[in-house]
Design a protein around this ligand. Structure first.
Ligand SMILES: Nc1ncnc2c1ncn2[C@@H]1O[C@H](COP(=O)(O)OP(=O)(O)O)[C@@H](O)[C@H]1O
Ligand SMILES: [Mg+2]
Length: 264
């Protein structure tokens, strides 16, 4: 019997409105998003700044409530927060207490999950090795470089040994060496069978790591497809070509419908 792959992350008609800073006008920042991620997949959500990527992650995590539609992780509505123990999250702008050492910070996060002390100790030991912070883990995080902080951020997302990882822009702001370190860690996590959902606009990294990619423009999913179909399908030179073509088409579409509504 062939096992059918399990859908572990799902968005159905996911929609979110926000009040714009200008005149507090209600604006639709995510519009009817549908997506499915299967167990063990690495899914990359790409799109220009302001497209709605972070909003999507927050909805999938239950940190925001949708105005319409549903977000589900491991079959339960994200708003129920039922599966938080199975989820790891690296936010776009993580905050670290600068006076704590890396080891103390990871221990603190382990305690938030109510893990037993000896388990926290052994997980922290393994995680600082995994993210190459063995030498730095007893120094205060205030002295860490951006790359070290990002690796510590990934380690904290793994303290509960989650099945599913949400990483919001894990490589942004890193130099090429820092990016390479994070790519190596993500490759390892992928080979361990973790499901990874990450947002990025660093397309070469997305192309290298992801099985599937979704492209969000102005809150709408304009394409959702296996990476191999894009890069080997013959229609696009690479992921950047795919991105530019779709984003430019979506922008032209938006201009057209604006002119139409001004004329009518
Ligand atoms: N807290 C907020 N209040 C109002 N608007 C917001 C808020 N957060 C994000 N937005 C708006 O929602 C849209 C999508 O933002 P975001 O999801 O952060 O995009 P991305 O992560 O793709 O750059 C943007 O237009 C942004 O200005
Ligand atoms: Mg973002």
């Amino acid at each position: 019997m062939v096992d059918t792959p399990q859908v572990v992350i799902e968005a159905v008609n996911l929609t979110k409105d926000r009040l714009s800073s200008f005149l507090k006008k209600r604006t639709r920042v995510l519009d009817g998003l549908n997506l499915q991620v299967f167990a063990g997949q690495t899914y990359g959500l790409i799109g220009p700044n302001g497209a709605g990527k972070t909003t999507t992650v927050k909805l999938l995590l239950g940190l925001l409530r949708p105005d319409e539609g549903q977000a589900k992780v491991l079959g339960a509505a994200s708003s129920e927060r039922a599966n938080l123990a199975q989820i790891g999250f690296l936010p776009e702008n993580p905050y670290f207490y600068s006076h704590l050492t890396g080891r103390e910070f990871l221990t603190f996060v382990g305690k938030l999950f109510s893990l037993p002390d000896d388990l926290i100790k052994s997980r922290v030991k393994n995680l600082v090795e995994k993210v190459s912070l063995v030498d730095a883990c007893d120094k205060p995080t205030g002295k860490y470089s951006k790359g070290m902080l990002q690796r510590l951020g990934i380690a904290q997302a793994l303290i509960n040994d989650p099945q599913i990882l949400f990483l919001d822009e894990p490589m942004s702001g890193l130099d090429p060496l820092g990016r390479m370190d994070v790519r190596r860690i993500l490759h390892e996590l992928k080979s361990e069978g973790k499901t990874i959902f990450f947002n990025s606009h660093l397309l070469p990294d997305v192309g290298e790591l992801c099985d599937r990619v979704g492209l969000l423009v102005n809150g709408k999913m304009v394409a959702d497809s296996p990476v191999s179909d894009i890069t080997e399908g013959g229609n696009f030179k690479d992921l950047e070509d795919f991105f530019l073509e779709h984003v430019q088409a979506a922008m032209l579409n938006k201009q057209d419908s604006k002119s139409q509504s001004e004329l009518s």
